[in-house]
Design a protein around this ligand. Structure first.
Ligand code: ZN
Length: 316
């Protein structure tokens, strides 16, 4: 069993799906790689964004509920999504955000790197962090961002916690992360790899209120495992360490197990396979509504209630 290689995806709640699409695809240049529904609530979308093919470590997913109230940040949740941008790209992104009328601020020194802090249309904190770490992604050539400045998948995710020790122990002993450093109350852990989506930052917020879930809240973060066999080993290991872990769930594009880490954040371990080209070719990813076989019989009813989506960057 290999240690975890990094994040697989991050899933959050949104309100208006069109506004969500416009932001992630048109402004950030993340390709909509899958248009499907929430399998537990098929009258709502589940939208997946990533690089050209939705490489693990680039995948941001949303459940948009059009009338959902905004969430409130607090402890016990993932509170910010960090994307990596190439060293030297910060001016490109500052100019782009000004041009697109998106408010932001700049942080000069996040463990030595510069970062742009902004929010998505539902108030979810996003950070664009300059990084010289080598990363491999499949650039979306037909998207709005030139390859030299495109997001390089996730850099990090930040968890807000009352205390750090138990979560840190789980990252280290359960998932194979190593402690990197701390800066004030921010403690950084790194996955056992040198590619994408390597960092989990634990930010200590003692005595703060718990987060209230709503639009703009991160629902869970998923870690990568290669295949079903390795996932089973993680399931056994986590259960023997006393975690309450769900049985394996078929999410069509990967298989998932879930558990709540000691600080209250929902964690998932997801398989890299089968991936997003499972039910449509790479050139058409995201362009039509995909349903799992058990919902195909209800396609007409589902399409009737989903609001239409318009893409500025249709490919294929
Ligand atoms: Zn997930």
């Amino acid at each position: 069993m290999k240690p975890i290689q990094g994040l697989h995806h991050i899933t959050a709640a949104a309100s208006d799906p069109q506004r969500n699409l416009d932001f992630y695809e048109t402004i950030l240049g993340q390709r909509l790689v899958k248009t499907t529904v929430n399998f537990d609530d098929p009258g709502t979308y589940h939208l997946y964004y990533g690089d050209l093919v939705g490489t693990p470590g680039t995948i941001m997913t949303f459940f948009p509920w059009p009338n959902m109230r905004r969430g409130r940040r607090g402890i016990g949740e993932a509170a910010a999504v960090g994307y990596a941008i190439p060293d030297g790209s910060i001016v490109f992104w500052q100019d782009r955000l000004i041009q697109m009328d998106v408010e932001f601020s700049t942080e000069d020194n996040r463990f030595g790197d510069a970062a742009i802090l902004l929010q998505d249309p539902d108030g979810m904190p996003i950070e664009l962090i300059e990084s010289s770490d080598p990363t491999t992604i499949d650039h979306w050539g037909q998207g709005p961002i030139p390859a030299q400045h495109a997001l390089r998948g996730f850099h990090s995710v930040t968890l807000w916690l009352d205390t750090l020790d138990k979560t840190a122990d789980l990252l280290k002993d359960g998932l194979g992360y190593t402690f990197v450093n701390h800066d004030g109350e921010r403690h950084r852990y790194k996955a056992a790899s040198n590619d994408r989506a390597l960092y989990v930052d634990l930010l200590k917020k003692p005595g703060m209120n718990r987060g209230a879930f709503g639009a703009g809240s991160i629902h869970h973060i998923a870690f990568r495992t290669v295949d079903d066999e390795e996932q089973q080993e993680y399931l056994d290991l986590l259960r023997s360490a006393g975690q309450q872990v769900t049985p394996v769930k078929d999410r069509q594009y990967f298989h998932s197990i879930y558990f709540r880490e000691p600080g209250g954040v929902l964690f998932e371990v997801a398989t890299d396979a089968p991936g997003f080209a499972y039910d449509e070719p790479v050139e058409h990813l995201g362009s039509s509504l995909k349903l799992p076989s058990w919902l195909e019989g209800k396609r007409q009813q589902i399409e009737d209630v989903l609001p239409p989506l318009h893409r500025n960057h249709v490919t294929g």
